[in-house]
Structure formats: structure tokens, C-alpha cells
Design a protein. Structure first.
Lengths: 294, 559
């Protein structure tokens, strides 16, 4: 197995071709380079409104007062420095097969690099039994530490508690296989609370997508350690795929209801060519120079 | 029917296939991200153990079926064609050993017969004929055939023959040859070599049993001889003309033991018994005394010298019965005396020669005639008249001059003519003379009513001299005939060392009816049909495999 840092570097390299796009909803944040959702002190004219006592008289448009004899305030767009919180699922299922943790680190690094390209600040989080900042998570991804995976029966629980940890008005990106049985709508509502924009990236391994060959299996749950015996035949395979699709559809529906962007990536495909078409379709990232991704 | 049983070795591939599938279906451990997508399925799996055990895929059963079909095809199975029914001759061993009773209380014949209806049904034979193989073969009638088809023992199958001449039976069966004819032999011993050629099937239903029995018995006057064989101690019961006794005899396997008994009364009957054992037919022996046979002889001789000569000779023979009124033999030198005698009278005509020509030989003798048994005319002088009327066929002649002739009259009575001249011939003084007369009287005595042999053994046919002829089934014991109000007896004893020795009996099924010609002619080869079905199943198998692969690939792409 190659060093985890290799995959962080590969993600960084791939992310240099992208930048994090401005979210559809207006951004809020510290003064920066993006137009905020509120009026501010930038040079970009936004609107006029009637003067109210207490308004900064420096904003009065005297030309309008001369023409109309009415005190009118000239409004400008607020300029903000946007922020993105990248939440990486560190449940044991994400480290199950070789490709999955590699892709997890890679996509995390890619998003962080794309955030840098879009003048976003970023912070990486580790979703374990609790949501915790990743050490050196604000730095360039190749400085990030290796993720430690832990059994996590329900990652939805720490996500519900994420409000106090994640930055308000920032963009939030969750990278997880989402293979937990918690009701997605409740989790997403809490996760999206206070965020300017939320993106959910479902990262699955090929083994998660394609059921095993026909035969008799003892399946061990990576999170709970429970085991069951299953005879896999054509029907079983079909049902598995249907149930996965149904599960994904639940998340997709929940995302739509909460205005969250959703996409699915398959780890092996991602590592093969770093093509991010599903992610591009969400609009969360875009090519930096309008050219193809690397 | 399968013609290549070696192909069945291919069945060994079945366990191999099963092993492949079992290994393939063995429980493999697999870590998954979550069981949530499997739990519903799991409930179904854990729903019932029986369902779980049968979880071999359809493809396995298809492959198993294809494999079995290939093995079956390799074994070249054939079925009897509807138009190809075979003629069959069933030869039944009629020898006495077939009546041996086994521990199950059934005779060997009954055990053999039990297999017959099934064989007939299975073989779908056309015409079936039955033949008994005893000392000589004979066909069975329709009634017996019907009983045999139903598995019942017919009365004709007596199992009393002294031997089973299978070669003769086979010759007779084959003489009525029909294309593809099959022969089934039901016996009690295994063949020395397994029949080949597809014609003969040999089913033996015998059991190797220990049996004691008489194998020889003979009587001479008051002395009786019996021979026994068996194994171990047997109790022999005897009736020596009214005196009964028992004695224990130690028999050794394969070594006959001989016993000789003298009767106090030479005219008494001798009987001996052995205790019951598997074969009862050889456990009883009766030896009757030979009844005296005397000839009522009458002399009608005018010549006093000749009369004296013949009277002395007849008396010396010991066969004359002077007390009887019957004239069995008339010796005469007078022509025309024969008409008055009874229908059974024999005649000896003496032609008294005077001044005849003496002949010193060599004499031409008809040695086939019992009249000349043990007689030599060498060195004697026989005076004869070459012009004497000597009718009939010469028995003794000197050149072309008949000296003794034999003829028969219209009633079939024998007439002997003899030229004799006591003055010039040395015949009356020679040893040949009393022998000649004795032979004549013995011949006549042998033609008197009664059994020629009174002590018969297995293989012999009772010969009764008289107007009646003996017929019937020979059972060990006494047989009787009545002639002219008089009862004549003979004893029949089953004596055969081979039949009494049951150690050589055995059971088995040897030979088969699978010769290539028969298979070609009467059976349809199923192999092409089976291969065709196998190929169809193979195509189905391939289709299923491809469909499954496509389905999996489709699902993978859809994701």
C-alpha cells in the first residue's frame, strides 16, 4: 500500500485543475473576495433604499437627494472571504478496502485544493464518534495526518452535533459512504443548519456497488462486527443492487429537500482517472481555466 | 439394458462435480461496509434449514444432468424395439439334485422358478418354449408352459432324472433355430466357464449343502451291496428279509463307503434307509430277489436216442419246469406237431439225418444270435444232409449247407431247425451241446412275462415282457405290473453319485444375451438420443450462464 500522503498529493495535484465555485446561495463570511449575501462595503453597487435613522450617513446618495429631495441610502455588496468545511467520514467502513481510504484522502485533498483555487479558506474534519477538526486541517492537504478509522454504528449522530463545530455561513462538504441506517433528512437538516451551502459526496468502493459472486458468505459488518450468513445468487445480487439504489435515492431525496447537492463517486473509478464529472454536475467545483480536468 | 458397463465408471465424475460445487459454495468470509443492505435477505436465508441445504444453483443440477446423460450415453444403453421381440427357449434342469430342499424350505427348482416370471417380463420375449433337460431332453406341453409363466411348478417337472444332459438339450433347442434365439437355463450348479456369444444365460439357484445318500446298490442271490456317500455320522436302517436293525456309519466327504449284507433267505427283500436330509430321493434302497424263470418244455421225439439225449440235456439245464401245464418250448422231430401248441410256444425241430455228410468245419456262425453265446464248434464233427429242408435264416452253416436255422411262423412264434445225427456227429458229445440247449431255454425264459430287471437304478427304464407295457413316472420304490392275473414287481432306486453330491451346487447368473448381432437386430441404441438431449441441456446451460453474466454486467454498468 502506498503511503497515505501519496494519495493526498495526488488529490492536491488533481484539485489544481478545479476551483470551488460560488454557491448558489449568497455567501456570508469575513471580508474577502466573494460577494456576500449582505450589503457591505465593497465597490459593487447593490441597491438603493430609504434612509432610516441610524444608517451611516456616509452612504447617503446626495445626487439622489438633490434630484428628489429624499434621503436615500446607496447600498453596496458585501465582500466576504468564503470558507469550506470538509468532513471526512472516518468510520471503519471507509477504510475497509484499499481503494476507499485512498479515494477519501484524495477527494478531501482535491476539494481543499479546489477551495484554495476559489479563494476559500478550508478546514478538514474527521467524522468519528464525534466530529473533530483534523490536525493541520487548515493547511495544505499534504500536511494532513493519516486518518484513523474507528467503528461507528451511526455517523449521523455526531453530524447532528456539528452545528457548534462547523463554521457558520460556510460551505460544508461531507464525504462518506452513507451506509448507515439513520434517517438522512434529519441528519442533513442539522448538518446544513447555518451553512451557506452543503454538498454530500457519497464515496463507495466497487465492492459496495457490485455484490459478490454467487456463493455462500459469512458477512462481517465493518462497523458493528455482527456476522450473518448469506447465500448469494442472482436474486440476492439483484436485490442488493436495488436496495443500494433505494438507499442512495433516500439520500438524494433528502438532499433535494434541504437544498443540498449530492453526487456519488466510486473509489476505483476516481483513482483511475480523477475525473469528477458527478461533482462538476453539482456545480460545487468548476474547471479553473475552463479546460478539462487533469 | 447397458452394453458398456465400464462407462459407468464415469459416474466418478459426479462426486467430483459435487465437490467442485460444495467447495464453491462453502462459506466464505467477507467484510462489508454495512449489513443494512443484506438484512432482509438474511431473514429469508435463516428462515429454514431445509431451504438452506438445497441451495445448489440450477446450473449445478443442469451440469449434473448433462454429466449423467453423457455417462449413460457412454454406457450405450439400448431398449428392445417394439418389433424386435426375441424367441426364447427355457431349459429346466430335471435332474434329481434340483429337488434338494434348502434351509428356506424351498426346493432348488422352486427357487429357480421364482426368477422366471420377472425375467420373462423384463426380456419382452416373443415365443417362449420350455424344455426339460434330464437324461434326454423333452419339450413341455402348453399346460406346463402356462404354469411356468405364472411361476408355478408344473407336474411334468419331476426333478427325478439321474442327470441333466444339457448338451443334448442345447442341441435340440438350437435345432429349432430362429434368428436371435435366446436360451435360458435354470439349474443348480454354476457353469465351468461363463457362457459367451450372447445366446445362453445360465441361472443357477442351487445351494452347497451336506447330503448323505445311496449311490450304488446291487444284489446277487442272498448278498446285497450298498454304497453310500456323505459327510459325518449317519444312521442306517436295514430290513434284511424281516430282520431289522440300525447301524451308525461314519462317512467322509468325497469317499464312498461300501457295505455288504447277507440275507438268511435268498428270496427275501432287502431294504435300507437313511434319515431325512436335503435330498430325500437317494435315502431309500430296495433290492428284490431275482424271480426264477423256468420253461415248460415238452419233448415230442420219436427217435428214442434223440429223446433220451434231449431229455437228459433239458433236465440238466435247470431251467425246465416239469410241473407246469404250459408248453413254452416244444422239441420235436416230427413234422406237423406245432399247430396244436399255444401262441407262446417256441419250437426246436430236430432233423434226424441218416448217412449224412460229416463236416469238421469251419462252421459259419451268426454271432449276433444269443443262441450261440459262449459256444464254439471247433474240433467237432457235424453230420448233415445238404438236401434236408432247413427253412429260415442260417444260424450255423457248413459252407452253404445250413446246420441250424431260425424262422418264424405266421403267429410270430420262433422255430429253430437243427440237423442232427447222433451216430455220425460228435455234437451231442461236445460241450457245445448243453450250452446250445441252455441258450435256447434261457432265450425262451427271457421272453416269459415279468420285468427283465427287477432291481432298477436311476437311468434305467423298466422293461416288462408281456402284453402290457410299463409307462409312468419312475418314483423310488416298488413298481408293479399285472399280467394274466399275476403281479410282477421291480424295485427302482435312485442311485447317482453326482446328483447326491450337493456340495458342488451354487447360485449365480452367468452369461448374458448381449451379443452384437442381437443388439443390432432387436435393440434400439439410445445413445444418440441421449447425446441430443445432453446437447440441448448444454445449450440451455450456456444460455443461462450468458444471461446471468449479462445481468450482472448490466447491474454493474447501471450503477
Amino acid at each position: 500500500m502506498q503511503d497515505f500522503r501519496t494519495w493526498l498529493q495526488q488529490g492536491e495535484l488533481a484539485g489544481q485543475s478545479y476551483r470551488l465555485a460560488s454557491p448558489r446561495r449568497s455567501l456570508k463570511g469575513a471580508a474577502g473576495f466573494h460577494a456576500g449575501s449582505q450589503n457591505g462595503v465593497s465597490l459593487d453597487f447593490s441597491d438603493y433604499r430609504e434612509y432610516h435613522p441610524g444608517d451611516d450617513i456616509r452612504s447617503l446618495d446626495w445626487n439622489v437627494f438633490g434630484r428628489t429631495d429624499r434621503l436615500t441610502i446607496k447600498l453596496y455588496h458585501e465582500e466576504v472571504a468564503p470558507h469550506v468545511d470538509i468532513v471526512l467520514d472516518a468510520s471503519r467502513s471507509m477504510g475497509l478496502v484499499e481503494s476507499k481510504p485512498q479515494a477519501l484522502l484524495g477527494i478531501g485533498a482535491l476539494l481543499a485544493t479546489a477551495a484554495a483555487g476559489g479563494n476559500y479558506s478550508w478546514n478538514a474534519f474527521r467524522l468519528g464518534a464525534r466530529l473533530a477538526r483534523l490536525e493541520r486541517g487548515r493547511e495544505i492537504p499534504s500536511h494532513w495526518p493519516e486518518l484513523e478509522y474507528e467503528p461507528l454504528k451511526n455517523p449521523g449522530a455526531p453530524l447532528r452535533e456539528s452545528a457548534g463545530v462547523l463554521k457558520r455561513q460556510g460551505v460544508r462538504i461531507l464525504v462518506s459512504d452513507l451506509l448507515w441506517s439513520t434517517e438522512p433528512l434529519g441528519v442533513l437538516r442539522r448538518f446544513a443548519e447555518g451553512a451557506s451551502s452543503v454538498v454530500v459526496v457519497q464515496l463507495l468502493a466497487r465492492a459496495d456497488v457490485v455484490p459478490p459472486e454467487p456463493g455462500k458468505y459469512r458477512l462481517d459488518d465493518a462497523e458493528t462486527g455482527e456476522s450473518i450468513e448469506v447465500f448469494v445468487d442472482a436474486d440476492t445480487q439483484k436485490q442488493y443492487v436495488e436496495r443500494l439504489e433505494q438507499h442512495t435515492q433516500h439520500w438524494n431525496d433528502a438532499c433535494r429537500q434541504t437544498g443540498t447537492a449530492f453526487c456519488r463517486l466510486v473509489a476505483e473509478d476516481l483513482l483511475a482517472d480523477w475525473r469528477l464529472d458527478p461533482l462538476l454536475r453539482t456545480g460545487i467545483i468548476e474547471h479553473r481555466s475552463g479546460g478539462p480536468a487533469c | 439394458m447397458l452394453t458398456n458397463l465400464l462407462a459407468l465408471i464415469g459416474l466418478a465424475a459426479v462426486p467430483a462435480l459435487l465437490a467442485v460445487y460444495l467447495l464453491r459454495n462453502r462459506v466464505k468470509r467477507l467484510s462489508v461496509s454495512s449489513l443494512m443492505l443484506w438484512t432482509e435477505r438474511t431473514r429469508m436465508v435463516q428462515g429454514g434449514g431445509r431451504l438452506q441445504r438445497n441451495r445448489l444453483p440450477l446450473l449445478f443440477f443442469l451440469e449434473l444432468l448433462i454429466l449423467l446423460l453423457l455417462v449413460l450415453a457412454a454406457a450405450a444403453p439400448r431398449i428392445l424395439s417394439s418389433h424386435g421381440t426375441l424367441p426364447l427357449t427355457v431349459i429346466l434342469d430335471d435332474s434329481a439334485s434340483m429337488s434338494a430342499v434348502g434351509p428356506d424350505g424351498k426346493s432348488t427348482a422352486e427357487r429357480a422358478l421364482q426368477q422366471l416370471p420377472g425375467l420373462l417380463r423384463k426380456g419382452r420375449f416373443g415365443p417362449v418354449r420350455f424344455m426339460l433337460a434330464g437324461t434326454e431332453p423333452r419339450w413341455l406341453g402348453p399346460e406346463a408352459e402356462q404354469q411356468l409363466r405364472q411361476g408355478r411348478l408344473p407336474q411334468d417337472w419331476t426333478t427325478r432324472a439321474a442327470s441333466c444332459d444339457l448338451d443334448q438339450a442345447l442341441l435340440l433347442a438350437r435345432s429349432e433355430s430362429a434368428p436371435g434365439k435366446k436360451i435360458l437355463f435354470l439349474g443348480d450348479t454354476r457353469p465351468s466357464t461363463t457362457p459367451t456369444g450372447g445366446e445362453l444365460r445360465w441361472i443357477s439357484a442351487g445351494l452347497p449343502l451336506s447330503n448323505a445318500g445311496f449311490i450304488h446298490a446291487a444284489r446277487s442271490g442272498d448278498r446285497c451291496l450298498v454304497e453310500l456317500q456323505g459327510n459325518g455320522a449317519v444312521e442306517l436302517s436295514l430290513d434284511l428279509g424281516g430282520q431289522t436293525r440300525t447301524e451308525t456309519i461314519q462317512l467322509e466327504s468325497g469317499i464312498p463307503q461300501r457295505r455288504i449284507y447277507a440275507l438268511a433267505d435268498p428270496d427275501a427283500r432287502f431294504e435300507a434307509w437313511l434319515p431325512d436330509d436335503p435330498l430325500s430321493i437317494d435315502n431309500h434302497v430296495i433290492l428284490l430277489p431275482k424271480p426264477p424263470r423256468r420253461v415248460g418244455t415238452r419233448l415230442s421225439i420219436a427217435d428214442p436216442d434223440l429223446h433220451t439225449l434231449l431229455a437228459r440235456t433239458v433236465s440238466a439245464s435247470g431251467l425246465d419246469d416239469p410241473g407246469t401245464a404250459d408248453c413254452d418250448l416244444l422239441i420235436t422231430d416230427t413234422a406237423g406237431t406245432d399247430a396244436a401248441e399255444n401262441a407262446a410256444t417256441w419250437f426246436l425241430h430236430l432233423h434226424r439225418i441218416k448217412d449224412g455228410t460229416p463236416f469238421t468245419g469251419p462252421f459259419v456262425m451268426d454271432r449276433r444270435s444269443p443262441l450261440l453265446d459262449g459256444i464254439s464248434f471247433e474240433g467237432l464233427v457235424w453230420s448233415a444232409d445238404e438236401n434236408a429242408p432247413m427253412p429260415g435264416m442260417p444260424v450255423v452253416a457248413a459252407g452253404n449247407i445250413p446246420l441250424l436255422t431260425r424262422t418264424e411262423d405266421l403267429a410270430g412264434r420262433p422255430h429253430f431247425h437243427l440237423q442232427i445225427d447222433p451216430s455220425l456227429s460228435t455234437l451231442p458229445d461236445s460241450p457245445a451241446w448243453p450250452s446250445l440247449v441252455w441258450n435256447l431255454m434261457e432265450m425262451r425264459a427271457a421272453e416269459k412275462p415279468g420285468f427283465r430287471e427287477v432291481n432298477l437304478r436311476s437311468g434305467m427304464i423298466p422293461e416288462f415282457v408281456g402284453t402290457a407295457e410299463w409307462s409312468g413316472i419312475l418314483q423310488p420304490g416298488l413298481i408293479e405290473m399285472v399280467e394274466n392275473g399275476q403281479t410282477y414287481q421291480a424295485a427302482f432306486n435312485f442311485l447317482d453319485a453326482g446328483e447326491s453330491d450337493l456340495r458342488v451346487c451354487g447360485s449365480g447368473d452367468d452369461g448374458d444375451w448381449n451379443d452384437p448381432e442381437t443388439l443390432e437386430r432387436h435393440y434400439v441404441d439410445l445413445a444418440p438420443l441421449i447425446i441430443l438431449v445432453g446437447l440441448a441441456l448444454l445449450a440451455l446451460h450456456q444460455w443461462l450462464v450468458r444471461r446471468e453474466d449479462a445481468a450482472i454486467a448490466g447491474r454493474a454498468h447501471g450503477i
